[in-house]
Design a protein around this ligand. Structure first.
Ligand code: GLN
Length: 486
């Protein structure tokens, strides 16, 4: 297993060239049967690797992520590289600019291997809502990898990239990270610029890293975070040195265990793994206290009102005129209906309709306003517990990866996959998922840490100490036959 620091030091010592490294990953992508990438970019990646090798040969300074092979979720725009958001309506869209997060990673020397598959416009929890076919879980190809950042999580787990970018609106970085046995971090709202993210739920969306280790997540966040003039919701809060802060103490920290996250419906294997993880954390010197977040039962319902409401506004631009491919029609109404009917998937259309409904006069008070009241109550719950504890520890998901197709026709069952991840998005708080074991069937389990605003350094530190004291990150999915690896 290679970490960013091992990788970049090999490159600097010339034990490995960027071209060699990138070629290994490109071969893995080519041989993959997981459908992780919508648009691999082998020629661009090799050209960037050549340039990196030339720079190193000339002894020029290279960035903190020199040569690091990166996969980018297709909902994040990339200059000159097709960016579909996994929607057929954007099948031919080639953006003229890079998202800020991409720009920052490229400036530090990262090399893009391609654009990863995801649920259409990030709506989903399994990867099955993609307009480009479902992604498969590298631990068991009959299972989903989670979603919506399905391709990014599966690619990291399968060794098809070193690190990846995802976005998390209600769990889309943490949930697939848990299902694929990798680390996934969702930053505080405003920590990372949203410029260049195709907006889903603008008041929840944040980009986050998916990596093999906590240290790599810290290295990625350090580059991604910080104020951006182009996103007025990005914060001026100073960016700490997340990597240096991994080394601090965890002894004496107070961790809360919210009892609402251990309700009925939590798979026994997951409950057991998380309880064992809590015991491990105690051994590392943290104090565990039981806490309660009484508004939690409203979180999922509030999410599925606010999210569709914002989706209905944000997706209005994909009408075949301003953005997107167009179907032939003779009247304006037909043009909208045919274009959106043919080129947007069922889940996306469902949310647009639901969102339009909850915002319409007569229903606004009953649904949208109520959901915003629940949002305030949830924020207050978190604020209250963070007066008593430094962070919260809980499962990331109620179940491990489920079988492909098993929830595809049941939207409500699918929505339940996010029951433990949406609360922090509603409150705008940071959280991460770190591997904490396996089910009896050998599927990965994720441990979730949640904290107050701007506490990423603390969450990463706790997760790093936990990771170093446990063997979970060492296990890799069986490589597909013939697949090379670094
Ligand atoms: N699964 C959730 C949804 O469908 C969350 C998606 C996300 O975080 N982008 O909305």
């Amino acid at each position: 297993m290679v970490s960013i620091s091992e990788f970049t030091s090999k490159l600097r010592n010339r034990e490995l060239t960027a071209v060699e490294a990138v070629s290994v990953y490109l071969t893995a992508i080519e041989k993959s049967s997981l459908n992780t990438f919508i648009t691999p970019t082998p020629l661009l990646a090799l050209a960037a690797a050549k340039e990196m090798d030339a720079k190193l040969a000339r002894g020029e300074s290279v960035g903190a992520l020199a040569g690091v092979p990166l996969a980018v979720k297709d909902i994040i725009v990339t200059r000159g590289i097709r960016s579909t958001g996994a929607s057929r309506i954007l099948d031919t869209y080639v953006p003229p600019y890079d998202a800020t997060v991409v720009e920052r990673l490229l400036a530090e020397g990262a090399i893009i291997l391609g654009k990863t598959n995801c649920d259409e416009f990030a709506m989903g929890a399994s990867g099955e809502n993609s307009g480009y076919g479902p992604t498969r879980n590298p631990w068991d190809v009959s299972c989903v990898p989670g979603g919506s950042s399905s391709g990014s999580a599966a690619a990291v787990a399968a060794g098809e990239c070193l690190v990846a970018l995802g976005t998390d609106t209600g769990g889309s970085v943490r949930q697939p990270a848990a299902f694929c046995g990798v680390v996934g971090l969702k930053p505080t709202y405003g920590r990372v610029s949203r410029w260049g993210l195709m907006a889903m739920t603008s008041s929840f969306d944040q980009a986050g890293p998916l990596t093999r280790s906590v240290e790599d997540a810290a290295r990625m966040l350090k580059v991604m975070a910080g104020h951006d003039e182009r996103d007025s919701t990005s914060s001026r809060e100073p960016v700490p040195d997340y990597v240096a802060e991994l080394q601090g103490e965890v002894q004496g920290l107070r961790l809360g265990v919210p009892k609402e996250f251990f309700a009925d419906g939590l798979e026994p294997d997951i409950r057991q793994a998380v309880e064992t993880a809590i015991t491990k954390l105690k051994e590392l010197g943290v104090t565990i206290v039981e806490v309660s977040l009484p508004s939690m039962p409203y979180a999922l319902a509030a999410y599925y009102v606010i999210c569709p409401a914002e989706v209905s506004a944000n997706l209005a631009r994909y009408d075949g005129i301003r953005f997107g491919s167009r179907q032939e029609a003779t009247t304006l109404y037909d043009l909208y209906a045919k274009t959106r009917g043919a080129l947007l998937g069922a889940e996306v259309r469902r949310r647009i309709m639901l969102g339009t409904y909850v915002l319409s006069s007569g229903y606004y008070e009953a649904y949208y306003r109520k959901a915003q009241q629940a949002r305030r109550a949830i924020r207050q719950d978190f604020a209250r517990v963070f007066e008593q504890v430094d962070a919260l520890v809980a499962p990331t998901t109620p179940t491990a990866a489920f079988a492909l197709g098993s929830k595809a026709d049941d939207p409500l069952a699918m929505y339940l996959a996010d029951v433990y991840t949406v609360p922090v998005n509603i409150a705008g708080l940071p959280a991460l998922s770190v591997p904490c074991g396996f089910t009896k069937q050998g599927l990965p389990i994720g441990l979730q840490l949640m904290g107050p605003a701007w506490s990423e350094a603390r969450l990463l530190r706790i997760a790093h100490h936990y990771e170093q004291a446990t063997p979970w990150h060492e296990r890799l999915p069986v490589r597909q036959a013939g697949q090379p690896g670094l």
